[in-house]
Each structure stands twice: as structure tokens, then as C-alpha cells.
Design a protein around this ligand. Structure first.
Ligand SMILES: [Zn+2]
Length: 210
């Protein structure tokens, strides 16, 4: 995607972020977005998602097809075991994120957006960044995420692999303690993923607003 197309996409989704967060609920400590909840997630939900911006430079319906192929991999886990796999997905993502830096795919923070777009993982947006005592807090959004775009609202976020990727990248770039948690997702009723990221320069201290 070209730089101006990325900017158009980010502007479009930032408006959605504001609208959906304005109408959100908090249930048992979990933010829940505006889409109606369901308790089932099956094959029909996983296949052929629409990604209006990331599909623009791909012919025919190829974007929908390779995203579906990627998702077939998640069906290796039986539904009853999916939650047991979250830690594995997180650790796998962390290793993958570290490798992206070690192998030179990502050399600095400014490479994140083009690399995520090039490999069609999603449209990454560093939405906000705050310096705090002992470190930094960031809100990172991912739009049209390969893992969850179009999935139903099952009441909790599901992008553990992407949380791991973001953690691994920042850990490797900063050599600090990093914690990334997905707090909003398609699977908790939104049209975007929101990762809350903390980079702690002093592992002994806590992150508090200055
Ligand atoms: Zn997500």
C-alpha cells in the first residue's frame, strides 16, 4: 500500500474507533463494542473476510483467499483446546516479532506500518504515545487484522499471536521490559484491534503518569 492510501485507511478507521469507543460497555472488566454478541464461532465466520483497504492492490478476491488459508491453520486446535493455546500463540508471536527485528525486516519503529501492510498482517496505527515515569505507554491499533477481521463478537479479544508480535518487536528494539495486551478486538464487538502497550525502562518501578 502506498503511503497516502495508508493515511486514508487510518483516517477512516480512527473515526470508527472514536464512534465505537463512545458507545462501548464494560462487562466483567472487559470492554465490549457495539456489534451484537454471539457464543459461537465456526468455519462460516472464518472464511472470506472483506478487507476494503488491504485488498486494494491485490487482484480479484485473492486477499480474501489467502486470509482464509491463513485461518485454516487455526483449525488445527480443537475448539475445546483453543483457550489452552493462547499462551502458545503469545509466545510464538513474541519469537516471531523478535526475529523480524533480528533479521532486519524491522530496523526501527517507523518500519512497523509498512511491514505490517506489506505482509498483509493488518494496517498498524500508533494511535497514541505517552511518556510516563520509568517508561512509555502506547495505544496501537490494527485495522483489517488477518486473524480477526469480520469475526463475530464472542465477548473477548482473540489476537494473542499479534499481541506477541508487538511485544517481541518492541522488546527487541528497546531491550526493555514490554507488555502488550489486546483490550479491544473484532471478537469483542469492535471493527478494529486495540493493543495497550507498556515499555518499562525500570523493571523495578511501576508505570505511572507523570
Ligand atoms: Zn483482534
Amino acid at each position: 500500500m502506498k503511503r497516502d492510501e495508508l493515511k486514508t485507511a487510518i483516517d477512516y478507521y480512527r473515526t470508527k474507533v472514536k464512534e465505537e469507543m463512545a458507545g462501548e460497555k464494560k462487562i466483567n472488566g472487559q470492554f465490549i463494542g457495539p456489534r451484537n454478541p454471539t457464543n459461537k464461532l465456526d468455519l462460516d465466520d472464518l472464511i472470506h473476510p472483506e478487507r476494503p483497504f488491504l485488498s486494494k492492490d491485490v487482484e480479484n478476491d485473492w486477499d480474501s483467499i489467502y486470509v482464509t488459508t491463513f485461518r485454516f491453520g487455526t483449525l488445527k486446535k480443537p475448539v475445546s483446546m483453543v483457550k489452552c493455546g493462547h499462551g502458545t500463540d503469545l509466545l510464538g508471536g513474541m519469537e516471531f516479532g523478535s526475529q523480524l527485528v533480528q533479521k532486519g525486516f524491522i530496523k526501527s519503529v517507523k518500519d512497523l506500518v509498512p511491514v505490517f501492510a506489506k505482509y498483509k498482517l493488518g494496517i498498524l496505527d500508533i494511535f497514541s504515545e505517552t511518556d510516563v515515569n520509568n517508561g512509555k505507554k502506547m495505544d496501537i491499533m490494527v485495522y483489517e487484522c488477518i486473524d480477526c477481521v469480520g469475526l463475530p463478537n464472542i465477548g473477548e479479544p482473540g489476537c494473542y499471536f499479534e499481541s506477541g508480535i508487538i511485544t517481541g518487536i518492541f522488546k527487541e528494539l528497546t531491550h526493555k521490559e514490554v507488555f502488550a495486551e489486546e483490550v479491544r478486538c473484532w471478537t469483542s464487538g469492535y471493527s478494529f484491534c486495540h493493543f495497550s502497550v507498556e515499555i518499562n525502562h525500570d523493571p523495578e518501578g511501576s508505570l505511572e503518569s507523570q
